[in-house]
Design a protein around this ligand. Structure first.
Ligand code: AMP
Length: 407
């Protein structure tokens, strides 16, 4: 799918104040950034705008900001790291109000090619961040043009993602997407709308309820849908199997039956675990040593819990991946935080690493698993957005994409 939206290649940034919504929501430990993926992913767009002679004003959220503005969720460490990566000063506006006098003064002092980073947008509070017309306008007042490059936030119609574009457009400014957005949408869009077949989709993770529309939409698009993780047990129960004390969404049993019928009527393969890794209880703490057994999926004892796919299933899923030309994967196959229960997830990651197919990893846990296992450079694309990539796979139009000007 080629994106019919204006990009940073389609307007002239020279001399303009360009507000760029980035996704700098990086993990921090004791003030240190522990994973720089999102900063690295933002560099191409920022460098392009610097090169064009734009005045580059960056903004982003960081963390959940549950208890109001605080230094632990300040973007200061990002400004520092970004400066090092760009090889030039990134002027950080530390003001908790994000916009206002300090931001305006910093922007007024900018020369072409300069970079300013505003404070964490969530410091403005939930309502202002979500629906705030004032905040949208204040952000828009700082700039002449707007670029959304925050794929990980593009499923939220928030002030800095969507609201701001109404004001920028009303004053005749360009609203475009950045290179990261383009890349994400090209990979995910092609996989879903125009896949090289066979197209295998792999879904895992905790609950069916979180992935209802993804399951339904992907069944229509793919050739084989593979289900693993906690959500597989609701499917097994829907088949009338005993699942012991495994995670189950009782309210979604009928939904699972519907999906199995849908797969059959569409002639699609729906693969469920043929065996499973069981234990007496959920590990506590999550990475504690645990005694496991492997049993066929129709032989789970009533007092045992399924915590990973079994070895036969891992083989079955790996075989399905081998025949694929396009693979999309979202969600772990088991409680992968525990090394004993990570085998299914590792097996799937390995099968993706070995194939020549186009491999696309939805963000979140599956991206973390692939990174941790050292397979990142073997994948065609690892999405930077968990929720956003899921909504994309549901077939939804993301507000951050919709808000950009058409070409
Ligand atoms: P999600 O956020 O939906 O992608 O789910 C990821 C979480 O699902 C991880 O924290 C896993 O530990 C958990 N998970 C995967 N398989 C199981 C399972 N069989 N039982 C309980 N939790 C699981």
């Amino acid at each position: 799918m080629s994106l019919n939206k204006k990009s940073v290649d389609d307007f002239h940034a020279k001399g303009k104040r360009v507000l760029v919504r980035c996704d700098f929501n990086v993990p921090l430990k004791d003030g240190e950034i522990t994973d720089e993926t999102r900063i690295n992913a933002a560099l191409p767009t920022i460098n392009k705008l610097i090169g064009d002679g734009g005045k580059v004003i960056l903004c982003s959220h960081l963390g959940k900001v549950k208890e109001g503005p605080n230094e632990k969720e300040s973007l200061a460490p990002v400004a520092k790291r970004l400066s090092e990566k760009l090889g030039k000063e990134v002027k950080f506006v530390a003001d908790y109000n994000v916009t206002g006098e300090a931001a305006t003064a910093a922007v007024d002092a900018m020369n072409e090619g300069d970079v300013v980073l505003l404070q964490n947008t969530r410091f403005r509070g939930k309502e202002e961040t979500k629906n705030g017309e004032d905040f949208s306008k204040e952000l828009a007042d700082l700039c002449d043009a707007y670029v959304c490059d925050a794929f990980g936030s593009s499923h939220r119609a928030h002030a800095s993602v969507a609201g701001v574009t109404d004001v920028v457009r009303a004053k005749g400014g360009d609203c475009a997407v950045g290179y990261l957005m383009q890349k994400e949408i090209d990979f995910l869009g092609n996989a879903v709308e125009n896949p090289v077949r066979p197209f295998v989709a792999i879904l895992g993770g905790a609950k069916v309820a979180d992935k209802l529309n993804v399951i339904s939409n992907l069944l229509e698009k793919c050739d084989t849908l593979i289900i693993g993780g906690g959500m597989a047990y609701t499917f097994l129960k829907a088949q009338g199997k005993e699942i012991g004390t495994s995670l189950v969404d009782d309210e979604k049993i009928d939904y699972c039956k519907e999906m199995m019928a849908k797969a059959e009527s569409l002639g699609k393969k729906l693969l469920l675990p043929v065996d499973t890794t069981i234990a007496a209880a959920f590990p506590n703490p999550i990475d504690a040593g645990i005694k496991v057994e492997y049993v066929p999926s129709d032989a789970i004892p009533a007092d045992k819990m399924g915590l990973d796919i079994g070895p036969k299933t891992a083989e079955l899923y790996a075989d399905a991946v081998k025949t694929a030309k396009t693979v999309v994967w979202n969600g772990p196959m088991g409680v992968f935080e525990n090394p004993i229960l990570a085998k299914g997830t590792i097996a799937v990651a390995e099968s993706l690493a070995e194939t020549d197919a186009t491999t696309i990893i939805g963000g979140g846990d599956s991206a973390a698993a692939v990174n941790q296992l050292g397979f990142a450079d073997k994948m065609s694309h690892i999405s930077t957005g968990g929720g956003a990539s899921l909504e994309f796979l549901e077939g939804k139009v993301l507000p951050g994409v919709a808000a950009a000007d058409d070409k």
